[in-house]
Design a protein around this ligand. Sequence first.
Ligand SMILES: C[S@@+](CC[C@H](N)C(=O)[O-])C[C@H]1O[C@@H](n2cnc3c(N)ncnc32)[C@H](O)[C@@H]1O
Length: 244
Amino acid sequence: MRPSRKFQKLFSLDAVQSLWEHICRWTHPVSARRILATIDQAELERLRQHYPYRPNARRINAYEDATYWIGVNVKHVQDLWLDRAPPLDILDLGCGAGYFLYVCRLFGHEGLGLDIDEELFFRGTTQLLGVRRIIARIHPQTPLPDLGKKFDLVTGHRVCFHWITPDQRKEWTPADWEFFIHDIRTRFLKPRGRLLLEINPRPDGSSFFTPELRALFESQGARIFRRKALLAADQSERPRFKQI
Ligand SMILES: C[S@@+](CC[C@H](N)C(=O)[O-])C[C@H]1O[C@@H](n2cnc3c(N)ncnc32)[C@H](O)[C@@H]1O
């Protein structure tokens, strides 16, 4: 990387916001090591041997690496101040291996996951971690199944249900996102509830938030911070990450 690019990157908005997140986490530390000690890592390895990687699977998807994923999910918990919030009802969309809800439960929260059942390894890990999940597929312009209750927090980390094709060439339109947000707001969030979506950058490294999508999320009242969008149940309310 050319020195000028390096300098630019160092002082980019994203770098400053990343530093801010680090400082906030540092003010309320959580021991990932103690959490890790509660997990049977040998059983995770056994599950991986039983359900081996798909061909060409990326290292990032090594979900048996509890050290890495507990570290990641402790940060998610800290960023939403869940390590010091009163007990919340949390719905995690695309819950994957279940690490996020597992860590949430250690802080007194009640969690429910929602995911498709294509990855047998996730079936095993959610059972191992004691994470309850509903099997359902999120489709554009389609209401989610009734879950019989509302939540204080609905999350989606490393969201990919908006990819209509796995190669990420076709994705939800702004109208699809509008439908989804309205469905979550009206059917799944309690009056002071929040929806947090963390969406990975695009394959070329650019932000998920194209100008059009940023405008859509902002018109919905979202607070956008790095790759995250936080929305309140009430569209006119400006949600806060720190809500305790
Ligand atoms: C990249 S993984 C992220 C898993 C987890 N949230 C995490 O941060 O580790 C995406 C998850 O979304 C789920 N998923 C993908 N498409 C979905 C859809 N249409 N409806 C529901 N879940 C979906 C996958 O099964 C997977 O668990």
